[in-house]
Write a protein that binds this ligand. Structure first.
Ligand code: SF4
Length: 324
């Protein structure tokens, strides 16, 4: 539970510095769900603002990479690689995300983009939270994964512990280290700056371990580029306010760094993970409506994210769209 509260409080501070902050995103290329990074922050690329006008949702990477333009219709089955069922599924997902539109022409389902896909992602910063370095768990293996695969531009460890030279020596040298003290005027102290990772080159993805050896898989630059786009899109669509507020009389909306929607509990006197901690099994539980908070509205005021982006897009000509 300490890590959960630490993560939410740290996100509240980070969104003052980064336009996109998200939690719990997978970065593995081959092993689905293999490496989950605690916090992912994005910096602005050259066309970042165009992305905020496009859609508030994540756009699937396969939709972005399909050969579909903004100004021409293509048959759905020709626009995507693979069998027709996959093509129809991707067209539907792209339409639901607000990036594609579809209709029928001459008896065929056709598709086009509602806008050009912008070059919007700057750096991808991954942060691993380990408030207590006395119980490191898989920390070293997780960070080795990050600096070996290099889907991220930077990998950082965040902790509340005092960081010794022995701790630093155990970590890959490219990993940055932050010491976090939420009671301090400047809560994040940079103990060691991260070194930029080779995000555009080949990567090596660590796999399963066996007695005396470990599987590794080379990953091409193209595969990494796709995964980076996937991570960025998921971060943009998801954000970090993915928690629920407890439906309990003891629930309160907690505050940190100007955020006022955190899931706090008067009974436990700390932030709580409602999905894992709250309910009849908790001795303090007393059913009630959860605190009335608007997580999307708070995100919209503090992050570069417009929940109404798609509805602001208007068609100005037969084959021409614009973002107002
Ligand atoms: S269920 Fe327990 S942990 Fe959750 S808000 Fe109520 S008292 Fe707190």
């Amino acid at each position: 539970m300490r890590e959960f509260a630490f993560e939410l409080r740290l996100c509240a501070h980070l969104e003052r510095a980064y336009p996109v902050v998200a939690r719990q995103l997978g970065t593995s290329v081959r092993a689905a769900g293999g490496r989950i990074v605690d916090i992912v922050c994005l910096t602005r690329g050259p066309d970042f603002d165009a992305r905020t006008r496009l859609t508030p949702d994540a756009i699937p990477a396969a939709v972005v990479e399909a050969d579909i333009g903004a100004g021409r219709w293509r048959r759905v089955v020709d626009a995507f690689d693979g069998p027709p069922a996959r093509a129809r599924d991707l067209a539907e997902r792209g339409e639901m995300a607000g990036f594609l539109e579809t209709e029928r022409r001459d008896g065929h389902a056709v598709v086009r983009q509602t806008a050009r896909y912008p070059d919007w992602v700057g750096d991808i910063v991954g942060i691993e939270n380990k408030p207590d370095l006395g119980t490191p768990g898989d920390l070293t293996a997780q960070l080795r994964h990050d600096v070996s695969l290099c889907v991220l531009d930077y990998a950082i460890l965040a902790t509340e512990s005092y960081v010794t030279r022995a701790h630093l020596n155990r970590l890959p040298p490219a990993v940055g280290v932050w010491r976090v003290d939420f009671d301090a005027a400047e809560p994040i102290e940079v103990v060691r700056e991260p070194t930029r990772l080779d995000a555009s080159g080949w990567g090596i993805e660590p796999g399963d371990t066996h007695p005396g050896r470990r599987d590794v898989t080379p990953v091409t630059p193209d595969e990494k580029a796709t995964q980076r786009r996937r991570v960025a899109e998921r971060a943009y669509g998801k954000g970090w306010r993915t928690y629920g507020l407890p439906a309990c009389v003891n629930a309160e909306s907690g505050t940190e760094a100007g955020v006022t929607t955190l899931p706090d509990c008067a009974y436990k006197d700390r932030l709580v993970d409602a999905a894992g901690e709250c309910g009849p099994d908790c001795p303090g539980y007393d059913a009630a409506d959860p605190p009335d908070v608007d997580l999307d509205a708070e995100r919209a005021t503090r992050q570069a994210w417009d929940p109404d982006a798609a509805s602001a897009r208007t068609q100005v000509g037969l084959d021409q769209w614009t973002n107002d």
